[in-house]
Design a protein around this ligand. Structure first.
Ligand code: NAP
Length: 319
């Protein structure tokens, strides 16, 4: 009996794996649109999917990013200049994409553009510090999606939202985690709404990767700039030793980031080309083995493990 149960489980595992490997046909007929292609995951994705034979439309924030990408890719790849926070720019880009794809529609929309913003304790910040990451990571993503949606529906295609482990666990204050938690919410409701149209919506949750966004030196610089303008009260509560140690800790993150950006692009690839794509993809060993499992644990355990890493305040009672 135990033998047959085991055999059945192995067979189910085999079939499940086999199903996940089935691929769509006619990649060379299909158009995909990717935001934030100047650097990082978006840039590697544009180059990878161009090599694979997709018609890639790569949205870059800067002229220099666009020129550099074009120099490295085939004539099939087109670039558009796009700031996702500019509604007129998004509308114009969607119209341009509509003219390019025609009756085929848009097979893939990869919402990748994003920024980190300031990472610092919440009581150091003003509401303005939250606005920029929320504008880019959330409203920008929603704006691009809503404008491209008719084209994706036409192709019965795929939407891929690049969220983060920061959308499952909040590591520090600032607008990044709130923006990514909201992306997860938008992603889930969109996935259910789009099911009737045959559009698949997937969310990618990368761990910590070495890109411009996660540059610890830049994050430390921004944190120090905020510290310098804090009130004497807050400075007394935290203490000079806090800022010194916390900046060292921030810079120390450079030693355990994932270096291989292709892990994220492989998730995008599966979500774009598998006949049976997943709804959520964790990218990176840290995300798979630690952050995502921890996000399912009770808050008391999350707090215990995350607070263990925090630098101690000098005078939290001096309020
Ligand atoms: N790196 C990580 O550890 C990590 C972890 C989890 C999730 N993510 C997510 O992955 C995505 C890609 O980030 P990345 O790590 O590859 O960083 P990145 O290299 O900085 O890439 C982000 C891209 O977005 C562009 N961008 C910034 N603001 C924009 C705007 N207003 N409109 C259009 N494009 C804009 C940037 O352009 P410029 O280069 O010209 O500024 C850049 O090309 C982001 O959504 C990020 O939240 C990253």
């Amino acid at each position: 009996m135990l033998f047959w149960l085991l055999a059945l489980l192995i067979l189910c595992g085999f079939l499940w794996n086999y199903k996940r490997q089935l691929k769509i046909a006619n990649i060379t007929d299909k158009y995909i649109f990717i935001t934030g292609c100047d650097t990082g995951f978006g840039n590697l994705a544009a180059r990878t999917f161009d090599k694979k034979g997709f018609h890639v439309i790569a949205a870059c924030l800067t002229e220099s990013g666009s020129t550099a990408l074009k120099a490295e890719t085939s004539e099939r790849l087109h670039t558009v200049l796009l700031d996702v926070t500019d509604p007129e720019n998004v509308k114009r880009a969607a119209q341009w994409v509509k003219n390019q794809v025609g009756e085929k529609g848009l097979w893939g929309l990869i919402n990748n553009a994003g920024i980190l913003g300031v990472l610092a304790p919440n009581d150091w910040l003003t509401v303005e510090d939250y606005r920029e990451p929320v504008e880019v990571n959330l409203f920008g993503l929603i704006s691009v999606t809503l404008n491209m949606l008719p084209l994706v529906k036409k192709a019965r295609g795929r939407i891929i939202n690049v969220s983060s482990i920061g959308g499952r666990l909040a590591f520090g204050g600032g607008g990044y985690s709130p923006s990514k938690y909201a992306v997860e919410g938008f992603n889930d409701s969109l996935r259910r709404d789009m099911k009737a149209f045959g559009v698949h919506v997937a969310c990618i949750e990368p761990g910590l990767f070495k890109t411009n966004l996660s540059d610890p030196e830049k994050a430390a610089e921004k944190k120090l700039a905020i510290w310098k303008h804090l009130s004497p009260d807050i400075k007394q509560q935290y203490g000079e030793s806090y800022i010194k140690k916390s900046l060292e800790q921030l810079k120390g993150t450079a030693s355990f980031v994932n270096m291989d950006l292709s892990l994220v692009v492989e998730c995008m690839d599966h979500a774009l080309t598998s006949l049976f794509p997943k709804t959520h993809y964790a990218a990176g060993k840290d995300a798979k083995t630690f952050w995502i499992p921890l996000s399912h644990m009770p808050a008391v355990l999350q707090d215990f493990l995350l607070l263990k890493q925090k630098v101690e305040l000098a005078n939290p009672k001096a309020v």
